[in-house]
Design a protein around this ligand. Sequence first.
Ligand SMILES: [Zn+2]
Ligand SMILES: [Zn+2]
Length: 401
Amino acid sequence: MRTRRLIALLILFFALSSHVSHGRSSIVEIGLLSKTKSKTIIITPLSGAYSLKYKDSVVYMLSNQDLLHVSVKNGELELKTLNGLLGHFPSIHLVPQGREGSFKLKPVIPYGHTRAYDDALSISVLEDRLKVVSEVNIDKYVAGVVKSEVGTNEGIELYKVQAIICRTYALSNFRKHEDEDFQLCDKVHCQVYYGRCDQADPLTGLSYIASGEILKAAILTTGLVLIDTTLELITASFHSNCGGQTVNSEDVWMLPKMYLKSIVDPYCVERRNARWKREIASDKWLGYFKKVYGYPIEDAGSRERALNFTQTSRAPYFQNNEQIMLKDVRTDWRLKSAFFSTSVEGSTVLIQGRGYGHGVGLCQEGSMEMAERGKSYKDILNFYYTNVALIDIASLRFLLK
Ligand SMILES: [Zn+2]
Ligand SMILES: [Zn+2]
């Protein structure tokens, strides 16, 4: 079993290192606009000039004073620049002339947000639409994801935590889009990637000081991923706030993971999403349990218990009734968490809840608090994930010997 997982990790390692040549770092291929039937886009270099290649020949040099207009015409790419029509090609590859480069991409048909991306880009035709794949250094990709995930108000240790989680997730899902010839998409399905971790917004010019810190965190943790005791990359789940106690993975997803165990978290209880309230009419609340679960609301004792339910520590079931899972009650009523107690006020049930999200794995607000109190990224990851190890994916080279 161990050997098989090690082999799986090694395959992954070689998949990554096959992109490494002449000191170039690992590249990931991210499918952009993958759910959009994109027909026309405009590309403008931001920094550095780009060679526009078809197969191995350079067909044009795109400077940052120029732009590239790409559209689908009769099953081929029609390319135009400020100098006019460039021609028709089945596919093209945009490669930075220097070691690094970045560009803006504006979806025109259908219209979409202009975003900036790093490194190279390949464009081809898929049926009647554009297939656009960003070929980006993995640390730059990680920084872009972390920025859209946690924003720009945190410190570097928190960014390192999120960078490792993002990298672990990316590598364990490396084959998700294998049949489409890229590794990950830019949507929630994989991880939301809004492009490069910009120092400045490409449209407004507003600068983000933290962007530099996010990129630094990604580079300082380069190659680091989380594995469990069987050498498997972990499912690094996280949520906004656990309300003071995280949840066993099996209580939410029926899937026990030895590193996703419930722990008491003292760090998040004073943070923004620690507490919530909701009021629901008593008859609606009782009617729900009757209708969905056949709960005996005619019985005074049962009714009383359904109206006054207390959870001092996390419970998987409502009133110890194994048919009524709190995670389902949470989904049905769109509650912020399944960690709640109820009481009656007149004809209303007052629901007082703790935390926000599914509660499995790392608690983001708790992590922020830990980082603010001077804990390191290793302390934070080891606190929320039980019995995990951080390894450098490059160290697998030694495991092979
Ligand atoms: Zn995806
Ligand atoms: Zn927490």
